[in-house]
Design a protein around this ligand. Structure first.
Ligand code: GTP
Length: 383
């Protein structure tokens, strides 16, 4: 991604406000995961966030015509952002959308397994004598896209969010905020927060208190927007008052990505790449990784391999296919064997019949021969 292609930058240069002296030299490694139902605008959001095409979104029309594949497996995209000499090595983890399978219950398992695997891999690398060149794909923030149905979280959302929240900094996001009226959106947010609270779903909460009041107020303002409503678009549109903005054009006007009256995109962007990137990275290390390490230490002997908690549904499907193919093959072989057995039986019967006929023939010949002898005996006596 060319930094010059970004007119105003995306704001990573603000990151030094957090811990400039420590991280500015080597830059930051930031891993962001997006998950949620298929078609909720995850790829579009990533591109909007970084004002460039990191992911290729799929057009709805093609999607409905089933011409375009959805994200069907975990996709890792790497990009490097640089602003004012400050570098962020960005890793985006796109996950397969839920809600497409007959059995949706299992669709989130590979994602949870992926999160655990990254902790596991880091833990294994840490135990090596040399730690240079360690590969670290531990996820620092996971955006969970909620379909804008206007009611509340679905049971599947609750189940997935519970699993994610216990492993990663989970940030709930209301997708396609432009499809809800402001009143419906406000009500939807309240309902979601109530469920999050009632179900004890752990979501990321940034530190609010700061040394200066302005930052404290800003942090408060950001957190009060949770769950963040977003509009994703990389298109430039013209507003009624002739401004060129990123947004979605409708016959009644346009839904603006960066307009705080339309959605919380700006607040979420500030949280992710301006004010709290460092907090997201350090809480991943200090809380989520430590939790994982501690849990594994308590339940595993030293050097023992990690037990697979979940069966990968893809493998299960393959296993089922193999099982069916095997049963089918056994059936065919059985049939073939039966046919062969029947053939043998009929061959045996035919041979038996032949044998009986031969016996009968021999018997007849013997009788005939006996008759000849007898006749010869009688004529000799007469002489
Ligand atoms: P999967 O990879 O299948 O999980 O899809 P996705 O969640 O990445 O969705 P994607 O970004 O491909 O967007 C799907 C469709 O929704 C595209 O046609 C986008 O233009 C559209 N879309 C994305 N964001 C928004 C939004 O904020 N509002 C509206 N109205 N449409 C959106």
């Amino acid at each position: 991604m060319a930094p010059s292609a970004m007119p105003d930058g995306v704001g990573v240069a603000h990151l030094p406000n957090q811990r400039h002296k420590i991280v500015s030299k080597r830059g930051a490694n930031f891993t962001l995961m997006v998950c949620g139902e298929s078609g909720t605008g995850k790829s579009t959001f990533v591109n909007t966030l970084f004002t460039t095409t990191i992911k290729n979104p799929k057009e709805l029309a093609k999607r409905h015509a089933k011409q375009v594949d959805k994200t069907v497996e975990i996709e890792i995209t790497k990009a490097e952002l640089e602003e004012k000499n400050f570098k962020v090595k960005l890793t985006i983890i796109d996950t397969p959308g839920f809600g497409d399978y007959v059995n949706n219950r299992d669709s989130w398992m590979p994602i949870v397994e992926f999160l655990d695997d990254q902790h596991e891999s880091f833990m294994a690398q840490e135990q090596q004598p040399t730690r240079a060149g360690m590969i670290d794909l531990r996820v620092h923030a996971c955006l969970y896209f909620i379909r804008p149905n206007g009611h509340t979280l679905k049971p599947l959302d609750i189940e997935i969010m519970k699993h994610l929240g216990s492993r990663v900094n989970l940030i709930p996001v209301i997708a396609k905020a432009d499809t809800l009226t402001p009143n419906d959106l406000a009500k939807f947010k309240r309902n979601i927060l109530e469920v999050i609270d009632a179900q004890s779903i752990r979501v990321y909460s940034c530190p609010i208190e700061s040394e200066d009041e302005a930052t404290t107020n800003k942090n408060q303002d950001i957190m009060s927007a949770l769950p963040f409503s977003v509009i994703g678009s990389t298109e430039d549109v013209t507003t009624a008052d002739n401004r060129q903005v990123k947004g979605r054009q409708y016959s009644w006007g346009c839904a603006e990505v960066e307009n705080e009256n339309h959605c919380d995109f700006k607040k979420l962007r500030t949280l992710l790449i301006r004010s709290h990137m460092h907090d997201l990275i350090s809480t991943t290390e200090d809380i989520h990784y430590e939790n994982y390490r501690q849990m594994q230490m308590e339940t595993r002997k030293f050097g023992e391999a990690k037990a697979k908690k979940y069966e990968n549904p893809k493998f299960k499907e393959q296993e089922e296919k193999l099982r069916l193919a095997f049963t089918e093959q056994v059936k065919t072989e059985e049939n073939r064997f039966r046919q062969w057995e029947a053939q043998l039986v009929s061959e045996r019967d035919r041979l038996n019949k032949d044998l009986e006929e031969q016996h009968a023939k021999i018997k007849a010949m013997e009788t005939e021969l006996e008759n000849v002898y007898q006749m010869q005996g009688r004529s000799n006596m007469r002489r």
